[in-house]
Design a protein around this ligand. Structure first.
Ligand code: G1P
Length: 303
C-alpha cells in the first residue's frame, strides 16, 4: 500500500503561540527565537526537518512573529559588514540559516488550537503526507527521531506519531496513546488517543511528543473536528478519528523515542537543554564543563 506514496518533502512548524511562560522575554520577541546556546530554538527544529530529508518548510505564524521570517532570510547589510571584516566564520553562521530550506509562512489569524494551526497548512501541503514539528520540543540532534518516523510512514502508510514513556504523574500534560506492539521493538500501533487526560483516565503512560508524520486525510477530519480540551481544535482528537477507522487515512503508528528531548517551552527544561548542548560543543564544551564541575562542587560543599 505504501509504494504509491511520494517521498515526503514538506514540514509544517506551528509557531503562533504567545510564549507566556517566558514573559517578559517574549513580550516583543517570539519564544521560538530564544537562544539555546547561540542558535534560536526554532533553528534546531528546522535543521532537524532538513536532516530528515525535508526541504520545504511551512511555518504557521501569528502577530509579532516577523523575526522568524527575518532569521531564515538573507541579511545583506550584516553579511557585507562581515565580508569587509574578513570574518568568514561568522559570515558562514549568518548564511547557514537562510540556506537551510525553502521557507514559507502563513498566518494563523485566530489562535484556535494546534489542530487549527495544522489545518492552515492544507493549501500548501496538498495531497502528500507531511511532517509536523512542534517548536517547543527540541530533540537532541544526536538522537534522530524524524528519520525513523518517515521510514515507518513510507513502509506502513497512514500516519506516524512520536511517543515517549513519561512518569504517569506527568501524562495529563500531553496527548496520550493506547498502543499495541508490532514486529518492530520501537514501533507500536496506536489504538486510542486522548488529549491531556485527567489523572486516572490515561489509557497508558505513552505521551505524544511534538513530531508527527501525517496522512493528508487529516485535513478533512480537522475541518469536522469540534473544539475539545481547552476549547481548542485538537490535533490529537483528529488523529483519534484516524486511529479508530483505518479506512479514512490508513493506520496510526507510533515510534517510541528513548533519546534526549527538551521542552524548551518550560523554563527548567530550557536551561537543561542549554547546559547539555553547551557541554557537547567542541568550541565551548571543554571550558564550560570545567566551570560547571567546579560550580557543582562548590554547591555541594554548601549543602
Ligand atoms: C501539544 C499537543 C499534545 C502533545 C504536546 C507535545 O500540546 O496538543 O498532544 O503531547 O503538544 O509537546 P501543548 O504542549 O502545545 O499544549
Amino acid at each position: 500500500m505504501t509504494q504509491s506514496h511520494p517521498r515526503i518533502s514538506k514540514a509544517v512548524i506551528p509557531a503562533a503561540g504567545l510564549g507566556t511562560r517566558f514573559l517578559p522575554a517574549t513580550k516583543a520577541t517570539p519564544k521560538e527565537m530564544l537562544p539555546v546556546v547561540d542558535k534560536p530554538a526554532i533553528q534546531y527544529v528546522v535543521e532537524e526537518a532538513v536532516g530528515a530529508g525535508l526541504t520545504d518548510v511551512l511555518m504557521i505564524t501569528g502577530r509579532n512573529k516577523r523575526p522568524l521570517e527575518d532569521h531564515f532570510d538573507r541579511n545583506y547589510e550584516l553579511e557585507e559588514a562581515l565580508v569587509r571584516k574578513g570574518d568568514q566564520e561568522r559570515l558562514a553562521k549568518v548564511q547557514e540559516s537562510s540556506d537551510l530550506a525553502t521557507m514559507h509562512y502563513v498566518r494563523q489569524g485566530d489562535p484556535r488550537g494546534l489542530g487549527h494551526a495544522v489545518l492552515c497548512a492544507a493549501p500548501h501541503v496538498g495531497s502528500e503526507p507531511f511532517a509536523v514539528l512542534l517548536g517547543d520540543d527540541l530533540i537532541d540532534p544526536r538522537d534522530p527521531l524524524l528519520c525513523r518516523m518517515v521510514e515507518v510512514q513510507e513502509r506502513e502508510g497512514g500516519s506516524v506519531i512520536a511517543l515517549m514513556e513519561v512518569d504517569p504523574a506527568q501524562i495529563h500534560l500531553y496527548g496520550c496513546a493506547a498502543v499495541e506492539p508490532t514486529g518492530d521493538a520501537d514501533v507500536v500501533q496506536v489504538t486510542n488517543l486522548v488529549e491531556k487526560p485527567d489523572p486516572g483516565d490515561a489509557p497508558s503512560s505513552y505521551a505524544i511528543i511534538g513530531r508527527y508524520v501525517l496522512d493528508p486525510a487529516i485535513f478533512a477530519v480537522l475541518r469536522e473536528t469540534q473544539p475539545g480540551r481547552g476549547g481548542e481544535i485538537q490535533l490529537t482528537d483528529a488523529l483519534q478519528k484516524l486511529a479508530a477507522d483505518e479506512s479514512i487515512g490508513g493506520p496510526v503508528h507510533g515510534v517510541v523515542f528513548k533519546g534526549r528531548r527538551y521542552d524548551t517551552g518550560d523554563r527548567g527544561d530550557y536551561l537543561r537543554a542549554i547546559v547539555r548542548l553547551a557541554c557537547e560543543r567542541e568550541d565551548l564544551g571543554p571550558e564550560f564543563r570545567n566551570w560547571l564541575r567546579s560550580y557543582v562542587t562548590e554547591e555541594m560543599q554548601g549543602l
